[in-house]
Write a protein that binds this ligand. Structure first.
Ligand code: SAM
Length: 450
């Protein structure tokens, strides 16, 4: 696929004497990366069991590693949520936000979930993570990734930024705006980005980004931070968008991001604002990763709002079958913040306000569903607990035929007492099975089977 001449002309203006190195870098294979899910295991543990032929640290994210191997999505550890496949430069955005465990974080343009699942590791199961995606199909994928990574404190919504604003005015401490963009930095990864590229599309994206940032500003607390990022090079979608925003919002300032690891300053020379140098540009000829732009904004003042906390909508007597399930099968107690939608029971994170009017795909951990006279655990519950939380478990080796059979949906034979059992791969939870007389019926979700 041929890149447009207009694109190269524009890159000459952006890069000046670095232009030729940039063009050369486009001929190289793109760097591949994975990020370890430290909600499930430590980096040391991962290094010991890593299925990859090499793990080279990505300098700007301690959980990130370059890998050489193909198909990292096919290994059972991926299904168990031990790592997330992510473009290395994309891993630089969340660290810039300096997330603290008790923060309320919004990921406004979240699918498929790279930044959300990374932010969840920084929150370390504390605080609140709201992951939003406007497109329904992409929101479903986002929700599945939140589930696979075993994230307990996340709410997944499928709304426009404007709809979210109605509920979350001045609510969040930190907001990630990984904006939809013309994707010039992803030409190696996504052929479609080349096909869709045009100057008109760049300009259209810039208009949309301004609207999204506007909503983000309204949902941020005074003292809070927004990290804005794109995977594109155009001025219009990067420095120009930030410059426009800062002119309109005097209550915000741009915070400096360190220029380590080959990061370049924001290209301020073309604007009447030297502060734009505080943003960063990642270029593929300066580091091992694709193109990115990152800007960190702080809101210095703003109105305070009050919220109605979300309350449990379940009475104790409605939970009888759930408690029977818990006593018979688990060694843990999840007894707080129950939320029931239809037959589905969730445990929602603390500090959540009412979500009235929003399209919510996941309100915290999906514990399971009430069937006739019984409670059936959900896949999300399996992925969010560890081996010793379950009364029964079946551990399969990652290189065994049995784990592949399990992931395909077959029954497994195992010496285990009757009842729900947590299925494990090398000790890490991967799904449910239900044992009767040594035969474990498969409860790996049909939509995820190999
Ligand atoms: C760059 S992608 C996000 C990638 C994601 N943050 C990650 O790290 O995996 C941008 C997302 O914004 C969504 N989007 C498109 N139009 C939007 C709009 N008007 N408001 C908010 N999000 C939008 C797209 O569907 C897309 O999923």
């Amino acid at each position: 696929m041929k890149l447009s001449d207009d694109f190269f002309e524009r890159m000459k203006i952006i890069l000046k004497d670095e232009y030729n190195s940039f063009v050369e870098s486009l001929k190289l294979d793109r760097a591949k990366g994975i990020r370890v899910n430290t909600l499930k295991l430590s980096l040391e543990e991962f290094k010991e069991i890593s299925p990859f032929s090499s793990l080279e640290p990505i300098p700007w994210e301690e959980r990130g590693f370059y890998i050489k191997d193909d198909k990292p999505g096919k290994h059972p550890y991926h299904q168990a949520g031990l790592y997330y496949i992510q473009e290395p430069s994309a891993m630089a955005v969340v660290p810039a936000l300096n997330i603290m465990p008790e923060d309320k974080v919004l990921d406004l343009c979240a699918a498929p979930g790279g930044k959300s699942t990374q932010a969840a590791c920084y929150l370390n199961s504390k605080g609140l993570l709201v992951c939003n995606e406007i497109e329904p199909k992409r929101a479903k994928i986002l929700s599945e990734n939140i589930e696979r990574m075993g994230i307990k404190n996340a709410v997944v919504t499928n709304n426009s930024p404007r709809e979210l604003e109605k509920v979350f005015k001045g609510y969040f401490d930190k907001i990630i705006v990984d904006a939809p963009c013309s994707g010039e930095g992803m030409f190696k990864k996504e052929e479609a980005a080349i096909q869709d590229w045009s100057v008109e599309n760049v300009e259209g994206c810039a208009v949309r980004q301004r609207e999204i940032l506007e909503s983000a500003a309204n949902m941020l607390k005074a003292g809070g931070y927004i990290v804005y990022s794109t995977c594109t090079f155009s001025f219009e979608e990067n420095e120009e968008t930030i410059d426009y925003f800062l002119k309109k919002h005097k209550e915000f300032e741009l915070i400096n991001i360190e220029k380590n690891f080959g990061f370049k300053s924001g290209l301020y020379e073309y604007f009447d604002n030297e502060n734009l140098a505080r943003a960063v540009r990642l270029f593929p000829h300066r580091l091992k990763g694709e193109g990115h732009f990152i800007a960190l904004l702080r809101k210095n003042s703003g109105e305070d709002f009050s919220y109605t906390p979300l309350k449990s909508n379940v009475k104790k007597n409605e939970l009888k079958d759930y408690y029977i399930f818990l006593t018979e099968n688990l060694n843990i107690e999840i007894e707080e913040n129950f939320y029931l939608t239809g037959e589905n029971l969730y445990s929602f994170p603390k500090n959540l306000c009412t979500l009235k009017g929003l399209k919510v795909l996941r309100t915290g951990i999906h514990l399971g569903s009430f069937k006739k006279n019984r409670f059936e655990p959900n896949h999300a519950l399996a992925l969010s607990i560890i081996d010793r939380d379950a009364k029964r478990s079946v551990n399969l080796s990652s290189d065994s035929e049995e784990i592949m059979s399990y992931l395909k949906g077959d029954v497994i034979k195992a010496k285990v007492d009757d009842g729900w059992c947590l299925m494990l791969v090398d000790g890490y939870s991967i799904g449910w099975g239900k044992a009767v007389k040594g035969v474990v019926k498969n409860h790996y979700p049909k939509g995820l089977r190999l």
